[in-house]
Design a protein around this ligand. Structure first.
Ligand SMILES: Cc1cc2nc3c(=O)[nH]c(=O)nc-3n(C[C@H](O)[C@H](O)[C@H](O)COP(=O)(O)O)c2cc1C
Length: 376
């Protein structure tokens, strides 16, 4: 494990304090975009409640003087069991946006998943991440040539896998954003991968004569592919040797199908409560999926990971890794330093929690260490 920087009191320690700090510094539209969920936000709430209802049961009198936070994913050593979730439009939080987050990730050795709608390009983020594990998240554009170009760019830049987000044929029904009349791309954030793409430019802006508003219109017209199916995933398997990870699986049938197809990983996720309101939380969906795929595919989970104990709970239910979303985005309000503080604190919290629950590594956790509360 890397040495952990001295914990600085310049920044908050708790998730709730970071959220407040971010709220104070951002305008209502930008903060609402990050914080809110879709519909009545029952799923957003459920993501937290599920963790509250799962209790840890520590075992004591074990030698926990040596601990290891690393995991192996897709045949690659990952220093930590959490990856930074793909989060688009980070320039709405801080002018340095994704570059600041990636620099903090690289500094701490934390893996990073770059969103399609990043405010820095595929290549810029990969340059920052260097040999630290990093993945490219694909919102499959409704233009196959652009989709292929993104995948080839990610391969050429040195990404370690492609994360295909499969829960977004449309953007969810986001009442907060509609009330605030806020769509982050309108600020110019999140367009870097498109404006730097030779195929996109050739097809939509060949003379470079479009205004930014027109470019954004073109991007929006192809951003989500409503007829994305398993056939496209098979095609992706044919054109790339990179590990393929499907993000946004909640149904056991889909998990089985992904395993049968031979994808490398699935991320059990409801997109942070931002897609279909009323769906099951990732944590609650996890046990049945872990059982169904029977170790044929790596199973990651996200939604509500806030503290070290949350990571322990996910591993006890069989997760191989987790994704950290909103916490680092709130930290980004203070740029690279804020994200670094969030990551540092989580690493330290996790290390401490691991020792107190009574194990030396995350792989030692299993259902002996947990109990669901309040369920029949
Ligand atoms: C502001 C914001 C932007 C997001 N952008 C993306 C994205 O571009 N691609 C994607 O697959 N998921 C995106 N997500 C979902 C995250 O990857 C992740 O699934 C979610 O944040 C997990 O929930 P949590 O942050 O509450 O833990 C976004 C989430 C937030 C909060």
């Amino acid at each position: 494990m890397t040495s952990i920087d001295r914990l600085s009191t310049d920044y908050p320690f708790s998730y709730q304090d970071w959220e407040l700090r971010c709220q104070k510094q951002l305008d209502q539209g930008a903060f609402g975009y990050i914080q809110s969920g879709s519909g009545a936000e029952t799923t957003l709430d459920q993501n937290d409640l599920a963790f509250e209802r799962l209790a840890l049961i520590p075992k004591v009198l074990k030698d926990v003087s040596k601990r290891d936070l690393s995991v192996s994913l897709f045949d690659r050593h990952h220093q930590f069991p959490f990856l930074m979730a793909p989060v688009g439009f980070q320039a709405i939080v801080h002018p340095d946006g994704e570059k600041a987050s990636a620099r903090a990730a690289r500094k701490q050795g934390v893996p990073y998943i770059a969103s399609t709608v990043s405010s820095a390009s595929i290549e810029e983020i990969s340059d920052i991440m260097s040999d630290c594990p990093h993945y490219f998240q694909l919102y499959w554009p409704n233009d196959q040539a652009v989709a292929e170009s993104f995948i080839k760019r990610a391969e050429a830049a040195g990404y370690h896998g492609i994360v295909v987000t499969v829960d977004t044929p449309f953007l969810g029904w986001r009442e907060v954003d509609m009330t605030n009349q806020y769509f982050p791309m309108q600020t110019g954030a999140g367009i870097a991968n498109f404006v730097t793409d030779p195929v996109f430019n050739q097809r939509y802006n060949p003379d470079f004569s479009l205004s930014q508003t027109e470019i954004i219109q073109s991007i929006r017209s192809i951003l989500f592919k409503q007829n994305l199916t398993w056939e496209n995933i098979k095609w992706l398997q044919e054109i790339t040797d990179l590990p393929i990870i499907l993000k946004g699986i909640l149904h056991v049938d889909d998990a089985k199908k992904a395993a049968e197809l031979g994808v490398d990983g699935i991320i059990v996720s409801n997109h942070g409560g931002r897609q279909l309101d009323g769906v099951i939380s990732g944590l609650e969906a996890l046990p049945a999926i872990v059982e169904a795929v029977d170790d044929k595919v790596a199973v990651l989970v996200d939604g509500g990971i806030r503290r070290g104990a949350d990571i322990l709970k996910a591993f006890a239910l069989g997760a191989h890794a987790v994704l950290l979303g909103r916490p680092y985005v709130y930290g980004l309000v203070d740029g690279q330093g804020g994200v670094t503080a969030v990551l540092n604190n989580l690493i330290k919290d996790l290390d401490t929690s691991l020792a107190i629950v009574g194990v030396n590594s995350l792989a030692q956790l299993n259902r002996d260490y947990i109990k669901w509360l309040g369920y029949n």
